[in-house]
Design a protein around this ligand. Sequence first.
Ligand SMILES: [Cu+2]
Length: 131
Amino acid sequence: MKRVGILAGMLALSACSGWGDAQTATTDGYSAALRTKPAPLKVGSEADLKLALTHEGVPAEGCAVTFQQHMPGMEMSTDTSVISMSDKGAGLYTGTALEFAMGGDWRIEITFTCAGQQHIAAFTYALEWPE
Ligand SMILES: [Cu+2]
């Protein structure tokens, strides 16, 4: 509950913005575009993730998608959690990231299996400690 007070000021500022700009990664002919809410990601907060997957420009549907979040070079309690993303159709997948417990660089690594082939797309986010 303590974090509510800390974040109240920032929430007021970002209340009317929703999803941030996408980060994109390409691998094996696939393009993965990841958006987060909140954007930017906040220390002490979970986050909604929305992934748009295309293969050579065509939405990649029916893939099995999971992700993990970790801080490179640091052991965190969330490291071993593998979170499934729901298939929303049309190449869109959604999921909820665990609370980001500290500021610094975080990596969200998405594993997606389409047509029996597994691929990985990784995204890096720098989280600011709250003032
Ligand atoms: Cu850490």
